[in-house]
Write a protein that binds this ligand. Sequence first.
Ligand code: AHG
Ligand code: MN
Ligand code: MN
Ligand code: MN
Length: 339
Amino acid sequence: MHLGTTLTQFLIEEQRRVQGATGDFTGLLNDVVTAIKMISNGVNHGGLLGVLGAAGSENVQGEEQKKMDVISNEIFLKRNEWAGHLAAMASEEMDEPYQIPPGNPRGKYLLLFDPLDGSSNMDVNVSVGSIFSILRCPGDKNVDGPTPVEAFLQPGVKQVCAGYAIYGPSTMLVLTTGHGVNGFTLDPNVGEFVLTHENMRIPEDTKEFAINMSNYRFWEAPVRRYVDECIQGKEGPRGKDFNMRWVASMVAEVHRILTRGGVFMYPMDSKLKEKGGKLRLMYEANPMSFIVEQAGGASSTGHSRILEIQPTHIHQRVPVILGSKNEVERIVAYHKEAA
Ligand code: AHG
Ligand code: MN
Ligand code: MN
Ligand code: MN
């Protein structure tokens, strides 16, 4: 039995440190955590619950939705629409922002999420996750009418909180409110997350990179140069051997980097030009960049800091290069040299 700090205790103790805190934020996180526990339960039971396979629909991203994409999205909505903490929600799986149903109280926060990340891994029983981001809703929460989409278009530096859940060998929740990064492990028998990874830090140097190598021929010159140098190993300009990983679940890659360092790239390439990149700024890149920076790492498109991008669209996509600081800085320098 692990008698460490529970997540509930951690959140309440954090709340006590903020003068004038109303408990609104703690209440919101509690509901997000309940959603995550329910998704974890669905993911863990997999085929037993009949949640594997395709849903037979396509999302706004043009991706085939998995059953579990749709179920996880529904869980996030249902757990968070009733309590009065939110003005609206936005999801990778929905075309438009989700409005709080009439009759429910409205709150001052906005919740954005990727309900199931790495969902192509669902059917093959490999780690998946959920990613979320919390913003303050500008303006007066008592104003009638729907929350406009513009309310969401805030740069990542404005995030109040970001987190992800990883449904792996154990279910973990990793969280930042802008004061470092903490990791909690779900005790499935008790139904509580317990603080197991206090103040997670990303080593500044690494010998491990993560990228989908099958896109090599589409990459831009600076990314090719970086990877070429890595795979030349000891004999090359880096003078050391590198290792490579690609899970195809961003949560799993970021979690590995938070645990032992590394660099993760889904860079710009010639077939992504029109879309702007592969990963979604609001549901993936911003929350993960906030966490990575809070753990001492760095995150960039190759040209600019992700957290400073002024979004123009809720489903906007961006190139992502994140992880160990010195490595990300090197890749950014290669982009500058090539410009
Ligand atoms: P999602 O399942 O939420 O659509 O995200 C998948 C993302 C990300 O998690 C992962 O890093 C990447 O797509 C994998 O892309 P490839 O299949 O191109 O490797
Ligand atoms: Mn998807
Ligand atoms: Mn995703
Ligand atoms: Mn997803």
